[in-house]
Design a protein around this ligand. Sequence first.
Ligand SMILES: [Zn+2]
Length: 103
Amino acid sequence: MDGTEYMEELQLKELLEELINDGHIANAASIGIAKIIIYEGFGRLSSTQQDVYNKYILPIFDNETTKCKICQSTVSELPTSDKYTLITTGYCPRCEYNLSKED
Ligand SMILES: [Zn+2]
């Protein structure tokens, strides 16, 4: 695993933790799998667990329908570190920042 992959996995773990805390990942099996990734790493998932991940967890933050209300960026396009803001606020971090400046 090189440095970039390490950073990406770290960001994925953070994202999964936030999604669990906020109830976006609510199904018991999905929570269990997310916790394996958080505590042991993605590589520790069995192929069955990876299937559950791809089917139920990945679509939460990798889809074409969750879009920023302003710039229309999809959650798939955003880097891992920016996805949570879009999922919870409906805006990508850049648009959310611009909005907050207007207040
Ligand atoms: Zn935006």
